[in-house]
Design a protein around this ligand. Structure first.
Ligand SMILES: C[S@@+](CC[C@H](N)C(=O)[O-])C[C@H]1O[C@@H](n2cnc3c(N)ncnc32)[C@H](O)[C@@H]1O
Length: 202
């Protein structure tokens, strides 16, 4: 769905979920989680951002629209199908050509590129190795934000940030319920809680 002429979409932080193309088996970061994660990333125009495990591309799209023409965002995913979906969503919903999609396992990704912020939406199977990779991507005070569903992923992310000397390390648990229409009114349907871990690289 291309929102021709509807520039308001690009002013919104937290594009409505239904604007994104979806694919079965590729989980999407939901709007409420994106909004808090974008805030924690402290995204602003001109930033260079890495989106690890870009999935549907919903975060890549949001980041692209905020960083503007002088910024750049790299969406990285091990799945070709996810990269394809991210590309489609970027073509439909990004206002600038400031995005790049890479198909790669983050653990094998090697590049000299430096980022001002790194968002981790997937690829958290080996947290220690992941932070080793991230270390090569960041500079002093780059923002790093991890979304985690599992408690141990959240715990290990906190451990990595603290032992590596990150500053301002923080964790937020977000529990969202969305209304579902019933015959009598609305029932609140709970989504899985998500941990958002953030900090400044040393
Ligand atoms: C929960 S989804 C991410 C959702 C995404 N943030 C969005 O906005 O739709 C996790 C993604 O991480 C990817 N992933 C898992 N392991 C990975 C790895 N080792 N390297 C790169 N991507 C990986 C998966 O293919 C999947 O698309």
């Amino acid at each position: 769905m291309r929102m021709e002429g509807e520039n308001w979409v690009y002013e919104v932080r937290g594009i409505p979920d239904e604007f994104f193309q979806r694919s079965e088996g590729i989980p999407m970061t939901k709007r409420e989680i994106r909004i808090i994660s974008l805030s924690d990333l402290r995204i602003r125009p001109g930033m260079r951002v890495m989106d690890i495990g870009c999935g549907s591309g919903s975060m890549t799209v949001e980041i692209s629209n905020i960083i503007g023409e002088n910024g750049s965002v790299t969406g990285l995913d091990v799945s070709g199908e996810a990269a394809d979906l991210t590309m489609r969503n970027c073509r439909n919903l990004c206002r600038f050509s400031n995005y790049r999609i890479v198909i790669s396992d983050v653990y094998k990704y090697d590049s000299d590129e430096e980022f001002d912020a790194v968002f981790v939406g997937g690829g958290t199977a080996r947290i220690h190795d992941l932070f080793e990779r991230i270390e090569r991507m960041v500079h002093h005070a780059s923002r790093v934000v991890v979304n985690a569903i599992q408690i141990h992923t959240a715990y290990l992310s906190l451990e990595e940030m603290n032992t590596r000397g990150y500053s301002g390390v923080n964790i937020t648990q977000v529990m969202v319920s969305n209304g579902m229409r019933t015959s009598e009114g609305y029932a609140m349907i709970a989504r899985n809680p998500v941990f958002i871990i953030s900090g400044d690289a040393p």
